[in-house]
Design a binder for this molecule. Structure first.
Ligand code: ZN
Length: 179
């Protein structure tokens, strides 16, 4: 996983899972405890399928439990810098930006910032939209503006397994149980 400080990883074990891409039971995964600012220890899993090369990562809050909906109003830099533990079971919703990304069978989990979440969404935009003359360039501009704090938006993370979190300095996250 990018940006992982190996000094803060503690290996708990290993497992071999069925690969969601090729279906073979050759996805070898290491399980670690990882110390994350604001969260304390989270469980991090990372591995690679020996058959097809698929790389899989996932993260889980140590206190995972009930399904949760987390809601953060992003007003500027402070919220953009907040950390997000986004597990593979989480859905990302940004209503004002027209985003709703539900986890597919090969969904991964990762740790990033709110800005990082917006930039990841940008990876899903068709490449022709990055040309300034294209009809869909406005979409790219909208996500870039959101990542730079030029427009305000709401980030909602729904995790039916309660494995995800959003935390940061002076940031208030609304949390409700998912029914
Ligand atoms: Zn595979």
């Amino acid at each position: 996983m990018e940006g992982i400080d190996k000094g803060r990883l503690r290996k708990l074990g290993e497992e071999t899972l069925r690969c969601p891409v090729c279906g073979k039971k050759t996805l070898r995964v290491g399980i670690y405890l990882y110390d994350v600012p604001y969260f304390g220890e989270v469980i991090l899993e990372a591995g690679r399928c020996e058959s097809c090369g698929f790389r899989w990562t996932d993260v889980t809050l140590a206190e995972a439990g009930k399904g949760k909906r987390l809601k953060l109003r992003v007003e500027g830099d402070r919220e953009l810098r907040a950390l997000v533990v986004k597990s593979s079971s989480a859905t990302i919703i940004m209503p004002e930006l027209g985003v709703e990304i539900r986890p597919g069978p090969a969904a991964v989990g990762y740790i990033t910032t709110v800005e990082g979440i917006v930039r990841k969404v940008l990876e899903h935009v068709p490449s022709e939209c990055f040309n300034e003359g294209s009809e869909c360039h406005d979409v790219v501009k909208m996500f870039e503006d959101a990542a730079e704090g030029k427009i305000k938006f709401t980030l909602i993370i729904e995790d039916p397994m309660g494995r995800s979190g959003i935390r940061g300095e002076g940031v208030s996250v609304e949390e409700e149980e998912l029914s």
